[in-house]
Design a protein around this ligand. Structure first.
Ligand code: FES
Length: 104
């Protein structure tokens, strides 16, 4: 059964930056790209680097700076290795000052 969480957005989130967030006891990551918010797991499946510490969004693609893996922000699929496994991405809906995050 899915769970909807109301998350208060930070007052300032630079476009393309990845910041760590804690949601329902889970360590996730938040990024804004072209005014759309994306929430996804914060740890790269290749070797566990955090996207918030060693990653960023480049041309709309999530890149792990540790070894260069790339992920589709909408689906979590791997666009470029060395990562082999996708990341979990979570549906969101923007309200006035908060973000609804739907956890599975
Ligand atoms: S830990 Fe992310 S590419 Fe290696």
């Amino acid at each position: 059964m899915s769970q909807t969480i109301q998350f208060t957005l930070p007052s300032y989130l630079p476009e393309g930056h990845v910041v760590p967030i804690e949601v329902a006891g889970k360590s996730l990551a938040l990024a804004k790209v072209k005014d759309k918010f994306h929430v996804f797991e914060n740890f790269c499946p290749h070797a566990g680097c955090s996207f918030s510490g060693s990653g960023g969004i480049y041309n709309g693609v999530l890149v792990c700076d540790c070894h260069g893996a790339e992920f589709n922000l909408e689906t979590g699929t791997v666009l470029q290795g060395p990562a082999m496994e996708p990341i979990a991405v979570f549906a969101t809906k923007l309200n006035e000052n908060s973000l609804e995050i739907i956890l599975p």
